[in-house]
Design a protein around this ligand. Structure first.
Ligand code: ADP
Ligand code: MG
Length: 486
């Protein structure tokens, strides 16, 4: 039975821009420094300190805007968003309100086998707050400290329209946006360090309804898996409330992954509660046509365009092309390995298979993005060369790739040192086949009488005898001959 409910989701994503210095000061943005060693007079809100907008942050915002086909505002305005919080020394956050730098646009991505597009409302520049650090010891007492290293770090808040209709779709959009900001090199994409955080706005309405239900906002998720779980949970919670005749309260909630539920954090403020007004200490941001034209010309090939190229001239499936241009950051590695291998559709399929299979598995297991792998694209191409030349078999290539991924090195040299060379010598393989057949008379009998096809079993035994290095083609052919056609 299909549900009578429709889920409505809009995401607000905080993208930390990868500038060397902060949004309005010259303090560094590097992660992990000792508390309060990266906070300038501006970040500390000392009286008389004045902000200056960081040009590199504005350019990164424009880069995203161009990539999503947005309007770049020729003049945009910073605004003060007033609220009290211990980690916000000024008592307000500098953000953009009425006129953001990026307006409109859309993010395309592959979802359920088709290209889907999520419309953006806007993307505005703002500064991050500091951090309250609980449970520190101060003069022998248990205390909460304030670390202002993060205060003033540049953020681009990307706001989507409420157009997503399932948790899976919201997670797919978030992944695509993440892939895009890393692709554009405007964000380091580090989820653990909080460089990419999503707030999910969720409401439910009866299918066919024309008015959205009241929404709750789930704050600050830095995992796509948790994002999906949180939206699923929240939608179910709201449906249960409405079905029981109770109202959904507009509020801010937090997701607790350990319990798999969202919990109320505070009631939701309205924009007027923040008493927004234009920031008097900063002039409007002016973006000239020449800058936009230059940046448009310098724009890299975008993920969807590259996926289309992979499907077209290289003949990859939509699925494979989608994975390559997705948030694993595999596309550049793919291009480099394929070009080292000489290009072409046949090589493309093989390079893609290794990247999407074995290497994605290793990347997931270790959490390492391609640029941190010890295996280089050229080395992967060499392994594929060894495989095509029959120097190693599939199992040997797999061992090689794993070893190179973890420790690096020269593939041909590793084959020698680790004795991974494939055994294709008929004499050696025949001896192994004979030994296996002699040791398994009962299985041979069952196989020959046609009761059971034990080819797989014999291949496994022979491969084991050859320490996994047998040439599968020769092993199969010899077994077939000796067993009388199988
Ligand atoms: P704020 O959260 O700052 O008050 P907005 O009202 O502009 O800002 O909405 C923020 C986000 O909430 C947007 O991503 C928008 O798509 C989403 N949103 C708005 N209304 C709903 C709704 N009824 N259900 C789900 N999402 C919504
Ligand atoms: Mg919000």
């Amino acid at each position: 039975m299909s549900s009578p409910w429709e889920i409505v989701i809009g995401l607000e994503t905080h993208v930390q821009l990868s500038t060397a210095s902060k949004m309005f000061s010259d303090a560094p943005t590097a992660f992990g420094a000792a508390p309060n060693t990266q906070a300038s007079a501006v970040d500390l809100a000392l009286p008389g300190a004045l902000p200056v907008a960081n040009r590199a942050a504005v350019e990164r915002a424009i880069r995203l805007g161009l990539a999503v086909g947005a309007t770049i505002a020729p003049v945009s305005v910073f605004a003060r968003k007033n609220y009290f919080y211990p980690d916000l020394p000024k008592g307000y956050q500098i953000s953009q309100f009425e006129i953001p730098v990026v307006q409109g646009g859309h993010v395309p991505f592959l979802f359920n086998g088709a290209v889907r597009q999520v419309e953006l409302t806007r993307a505005h520049l703002e500064e991050d707050a500091g951090k309250s650090v609980h449970g520190i010891s101060f003069e022998g007492q248990d205390a909460t400290g304030i670390d202002l290293n993060r205060a003033g770090t540049p953020l681009l808040e990307v706001v989507s329209e409420p157009v997503m209709r399932s948790a899976a779709e919201a997670a797919a959009y978030a992944r695509a946006l993440h892939a895009l900001v890393v692709w554009l090199d405007i964000c380091d994409g580090n989820l653990q360090e909080g460089s990419f955080r999503c707030d999910a706005n969720v409401s439910v309405m009866r299918k066919g309804a024309t008015q959205y239900g009241t929404r709750a906002e789930i704050k600050n998720m830095n995992s796509f898996r948790y994002l999906k779980q949180a939206v699923d949970y929240e939608a179910r919670r709201q449906v249960e409330l409405v079905e029981a005749g109770q109202p959904v309260v507009q509020e801010t909630r937090l997701y607790d992954p350990a319990r798999g539920e969202t919990r109320s954090m505070r009631s939701k403020e309205e924009a007027h509660d923040y008493r927004y007004f234009p920031e008097p200490d900063l002039p409007p941001v002016r973006v000239g046509e020449a800058l936009v034209a230059r940046m448009r010309a310098e724009q890299p090939e975008l993920p969807r365009a590259r996926a289309a190229r992979y499907q077209g001239s290289l003949g990859l499936s939509a699925q494979d092309a989608g994975v390559l241009v997705g948030d694993g950051g595999l596309a550049d590695f793919f291009d480099a390995a394929l070009s080292a291998r000489g290009g072409g559709a046949e090589a493309a399929k093989k390079v893609a298979n290794w990247l999407i299979g074995e290497l994605s598995r290793l990347a997931n297991e270790t959490g390492l993005p391609p640029r941190a792998w010890k295996l280089t694209p050229a080395r992967l191409a060499e392994v594929l060369g060894l495989l095509d030349a029959g120097t190693v078999n599939g199992a040997g290539a797999k061992l090689l790739v794993e070893e190179l991924f973890r420790h690096g090195g020269d593939p041909a040299e590793l084959v020698r040192r680790r004795g991974l060379a494939q055994v294709s010598d008929e004499g050696a393989i025949e001896a192994a086949v004979d030994a296996v057949l002699a040791a398994s008379p009962a299985e041979v009998e069952r196989h020959r009488s046609g009761k059971k096809d034990l080819t797989g079993f014999f291949v496994g035994q022979v491969m084991k005898a050859l320490k996994g290095k047998g040439n599968p083609g020769v092993v199969n052919a010899l077994l077939k001959k000796k067993l009388g056609g199988g």
